[in-house]
Design a protein around this ligand. Structure first.
Ligand code: ADP
Length: 248
């Protein structure tokens, strides 16, 4: 797939919970190689949108196309993950007692038994890939430290690194900077921009300074559909968007 092609296409996706429309004919197009920020007030449908993409929630109507031919709504979560769609939840799920290095090694090994992986001899290729990920995620200096001893920000970066080990084509990131210091937030914007050089990214986030630093097209969700879309300066001046944010 070349740049300019559509990677992900949500077409009229509706999700209803007990009669309540969490997504209401939501349509969204993500180009190959694009990073998109998705914002919107609480309850706008951001998490449900991510759940529909990853197969956690099945829409009542609508399609979610990945590439030209794959309708994700027909697949289950493992099948969707194996297509190269990785999701990072808000709360890090690293293996706390293990070192940063071993966490990455386990992520590289995927489904292989952890005990086998940690005691097996590491290949030169595995070492090289781990070193690359450590560099990208700025964790080289703490590679021998237990994940439990990392700062909150470093744990988030480690989890992003663990997803990178699986070489996703599309990375979905849920509120990555919640609870981070300003410096960590800035660093995370740099990290995601770096990742976006080789992968497509969808990032859901509340932190406007962070969204501004990403400097990408923004989609504003409200009541389960797209309220506005465009550069952050344009959408933040849009009277509809201002009303939704001030009217909370
Ligand atoms: P956001 O992530 O933008 O805050 P969500 O996608 O979490 O929004 O939620 C959208 C709406 O759907 C909310 O009103 C929420 O209460 C409702 N909702 C989400 N998941 C469920 C569920 N499993 N059962 C019932 N209602 C749900």
């Amino acid at each position: 797939m070349s740049e300019g092609d559509t990677l992900l296409y949500l077409d009229g996706v509706t999700v209803t919970f007990d009669g309540f429309r969490a997504l209401n004919a939501l349509s969204l197009v993500l180009e190959q190689g694009e990073m998109r920020a998705v914002i919107g007030p609480n309850g706008a449908g951001k998490t449900t949108m991510m759940d529909v993409i990853t197969g956690k929630t099945r829409p009542d109507t609508g399609k979610v196309m990945f590439g030209k031919d794959t309708d994700l709504t027909r697949l289950d979560e493992p099948a969707i993950a194996s297509l190269g769609i990785g999701r990072k939840f808000q709360k890090p799920t690293v293996f706390e007692p293990h070192t940063v290095w071993d966490n990455l090694l386990l992520a590289l090994a995927g489904d292989r038994a952890p005990r086998f992986t940690l005691f097996a001899r590491q290949t030169a290729d595995e070492k090289r890939r781990i070193e690359q990920i450590l560099e990208t995620t700025r964790l080289t200096d703490v590679r021998h430290r237990a994940a439990a001893d990392l700062s909150h920000g470093q744990k988030q970066w480690l989890e992003i690194g663990m997803l990178l080990a699986q070489e996703p084509q599309l990375l979905l990131v849920d509120e990555p900077v919640a609870g981070m210091t300003d410096a960590e937030t800035e660093q995370t914007a740099v990290l995601l921009r770096e990742i976006n050089r080789t992968r497509s990214v969808v990032v859901v986030e509340h932190d406007m300074a962070f969204v501004r630093a990403l400097d990408v097209k923004v989609t504003v969700l409200n009541e389960g559909s797209v309220l506005a879309e465009g550069p952050i300066d344009l959408v933040s001046d849009d009277p509809k968007v201002i009303e939704v944010y001030l009217g909370r």
